[in-house]
Design a binder for this molecule. Structure first.
Ligand code: GLU
Length: 417
């Protein structure tokens, strides 16, 4: 694993800047985060003891609008990771053409080890600590790994108390009954699925029953597996943090989802066990990393046999792996395109909150499809035009929009006239 996720993330930007040179000021502005704060959150635990948790929030860049991005609860959260995730959000929002910059937050915690009441106190404490740095026109958080609608509601409620007024647009991914949007829960997976459908022919995949392996069975991975299964793909393997299951004949995904919900584990009749590492190397048409960063690196990329990758996770592939895939001509649909559906429906939620007018699930999905199809098409055209990977093309698309904003504000050239 690389020493710094952020240094790794920057390599993709450098590559895109080579493929499509921008105004030097755009590159300069995108090199560093606008702000990165670290907060201490004291929490009274159920046994009466006090624990202090460490949290972060990064507003990477706000050229295109208020910063936007999730909050992660994970033992491996770090300032470096949060900054990298905020960096990716900047490009993701731009790829999707959303009026947002990029942000991200996180707390170093294993939420599974806390009671619900402790989790609530931690979530409210985090929001209280960052309340001056977020807001509907400033920075709008959302769920990410191991956070959910309930947590978003606690944070929304805490912020509303601090501002002494109802502020639903401060955070997205809320429960539908509490100002959330229909379709937000499934949006990351649904968006990824639309992108796959839009690109599969162009990437040389055709026919029914294409084999899919999904690493990660959280919100994005499990819903994606269900959508793919429903659409006639053969989902042969899925895994969670504890390992996975494999069946050459295809897994019964609805049954797996139900078992996981009931027992907390991934088990299926007639299926073999497969480790997370082995899953990545299965002979499938579509490999979907939907867990954490740096799963596919220079060490294991050469063993990947998939015909294409769809990155539902953020940063699952490092730049050394990218080079191997480029050489082997294995297309990688990059995270900043493949998983942009989540933030796109977050945008819809924010719009609905501000308008006080709510859409049907059908309307949400229709609008999501328009954005995902358009973004996939634009990325593919840039790939062809510049003869670059889909990842570099996605960065170029994002950079073009960011560059336009920089030029419109005025650069050195403007002031020297
Ligand atoms: N955490 C999600 C992501 O990485 C969603 C962000 C959002 O909805 O703002 O894209």
């Amino acid at each position: 694993m690389s020493a710094s996720i952020f240094d790794e993330a920057q390599k993709r930007l450098d590559k895109a800047l080579k493929a499509y040179p921008m105004d030097a000021e755009t590159a300069l502005l995108l090199k560093t985060p606008k702000s990165l704060i670290e907060v201490s959150i004291p929490v009274r635990m159920d046994d009466g003891s006090l624990r202090v948790f460490q949290g972060f929030r990064c507003r990477y860049n706000d050229l295109l609008g208020p910063t936007k991005g999730g909050i992660r609860y994970h033992p491996q959260v770090s300032a470096d990771e949060v900054k990298s995730l905020a960096f990716w959000m900047t490009f993701k929002c731009s790829v999707a053409g959303l009026p947002y910059g990029g942000g991200k937050g996180g707390i170093i915690v294993d939420p599974h080890k806390l009671s619900q009441a402790e989790l609530e106190r931690l979530s409210r404490g985090y929001m209280a600590a960052i309340a001056d740095f977020v807001g509907p026109d400033l920075d709008v958080p959302a769920p990410d790994v191991y956070t959910n609608g309930t947590i978003m509601n606690w944070m929304c409620d805490e912020y509303s108390k601090i501002r002494r007024s109802y502020q639903p647009a401060v955070i997205t991914g809320k429960p539908v009954a509490l100002g959330g949007s229909l379709g937000r829960e499934s949006a990351t997976a649904q968006g990824g699925f639309y992108v796959l459908e839009a690109l599969k022919g162009k990437l040389g995949l055709s026919g029914k029953g294409l084999k899919v392996a999904v690493q990660g069975f959280g919100n994005a991975g499990s819903i994606f597996a269900s959508l793919a299964h429903q659409a006639g793909y053969k989902v042969v393997a899925v895994s969670d943090s504890k390992g996975g299951v494999y069946s050459e004949a295809g897994l019964d995904i609805p049954e797996l989802v139900a078992t996981k919900l009931k027992t907390g584990t991934l088990t299926a009749r007639g299926a073999e066990k497969v480790s997370n590492e082995a899953l990545l190397e299965l002979n499938v048409e579509v490999l979907v990393p939907a867990a954490l960063e740096n799963q596919i690196t220079g060490k294991n990329a050469a063993n990947v046999k998939a015909k294409c990758l769809l990155e539902l996770a953020n940063g699952p592939t490092d730049s050394a792996a990218d080079a191997i895939f480029d050489e082997k001509k294995i297309p990688v649909v990059p995270d900043i395109l493949a998983n942009a559906g989540g933030v796109t429906v977050s945008y819809f939620e924010w719009v609905q909150n501000r308008a006080g007018y709510y859409w049907s699930e059908e309307e949400v999905n229709q609008k999501l499809k328009v954005i995902m199809d358009r973004s996939a098409q634009q990325v593919f055209e840039l790939k062809q035009e510049h003869n670059v990977s889909l990842r570099t093309a996605a960065y170029v698309l994002a950079l073009k929009r960011l560059n336009e904003a920089v030029l419109a504000k005025g650069t050195q050239k403007t002031y020297q006239k």
